[in-house]
Design a protein around this ligand. Structure first.
Ligand SMILES: N[C@@H](CCC(=O)N[C@@H](CS)C(=O)NCC(=O)O)C(=O)O
Length: 301
């Protein structure tokens, strides 16, 4: 694929059923390109980088592998710094949370999706059926088992891995802040088991949209920063691509500010979300189309 000068080619693995990627890292990088208003086009042929991973990019003839190195490269080339408004403390906290999600929480998600006996989660995401599904699953499981073992997390019991996921998700949710929820829960608890308290608890569990009460709109405040790309990429998988998983249950029933956070990022940077998800009737194959910062999507180059 060729791109005009100044247009990034983003190599990724194709769109997902309920979010624009089934992988957190391409979604992170594509969200960054939108946030930084950098023109780009997608190559959905699932060509992996020289490092054997996805995503990667080509910019003015230079190949860069790894979502974070792509971001660093573009920051250097174009001054696309989304952290200018952060204090050193905010930068430190935002980077630490992003890395926790990418290097720790991510592996708990891989374990939940690929390495448990129940294949419901993964069957909802991989579009294949029959032999093709089982062959893909066998192949992916082999890689992920090896990787989680090398990382170290794969040596823990399932309960221990789950406790790591819970700790990480609570940390992100807590940093975003959920004051109103804590306050309301205090009231509900004070009411103990009256019928009203039970009804309220049920409402909490069933309608997380009512609980959009995170203290901060984005990770560090009203203005998004670079770490929001990475966190959104990761959390979006839990919200939209891990149906029936424990991760999904935790964020939708308890850590609801993570769900509204994802919805806020989606609404701000993905007005064309439905065109980018396979399950929507509005889906459009954008392979080779150029996204311009003004929202215009051109035909092939
Ligand atoms: N640090 C990399 C991580 C990318 C990554 O792990 N991608 C996964 C897909 S979610 C992958 O390509 N896995 C293939 C493999 O590990 O063999 C980045 O930020 O781009």
């Amino acid at each position: 694929m060729n791109a005009p000068p100044g247009v990034v080619i983003l190599y990724q693995v194709g769109r997902g059923p309920n979010a624009p990627s089934i992988s957190p890292f391409p979604l992170k990088l594509e969200t960054f390109l939108r946030m930084a208003k950098i023109p780009y086009m997608n190559d959905h042929t699932a060509k992996f980088s020289t490092k054997g991973k996805t995503p990667w990019m080509e910019y003015n003839g230079v190949d860069v592998a790894d979502s974070q190195f792509c971001i660093e490269y573009l920051k250097k080339e174009l001054g696309a710094d989304l952290n200018k408004h952060l204090t050193a403390e905010e930068y430190g906290a935002s980077r630490a949370l992003q890395k926790m999600a990418e290097e720790n929480l991510y592996w708990t998600m891989c374990d939940e999706m690929f390495l448990t006996d129940d294949t419901t989660v993964i069957r909802n995401i991989i579009p294949y059926r029959g032999v093709k599904l089982w062959a893909t699953l066998w192949f992916l499981r082999r890689i992920i088992r090896k990787e989680t073992w090398g990382h170290g997390i794969g040596r823990h019991s399932k309960d221990e891995i789950w406790s790591i996921a819970v700790g990480d998700l609570r940390a992100i949710s807590g940093y975003l802040g959920n004051k109103a929820r804590k306050f309301s829960y205090a009231i509900v608890n004070a009411m103990q088991n009256t019928e009203m308290a039970m009804l309220k608890r049920k409402a909490y569990n069933n309608n997380y949209e009512l609980n959009d009460n995170s203290d901060k709109k984005f990770l560090t405040g009203d203005e998004p920063c670079e770490a929001d790309c990475g966190l959104f990429g990761m959390l979006a998988m839990i919200v939209w691509h891990m149906p029936t998983s424990r991760h999904e249950k935790l964020v939708k029933e308890e850590l609801t500010n993570l769900v509204t956070y994802c919805e806020r990022m989606r609404d701000k940077y993905w007005p064309d979300w439905n065109k980018c998800i396979l399950s929507s009737s509005e889906y459009v194959n954008d392979h080779g189309k150029i996204y311009r910062p003004d929202g215009v999507v051109n035909g092939t180059s």
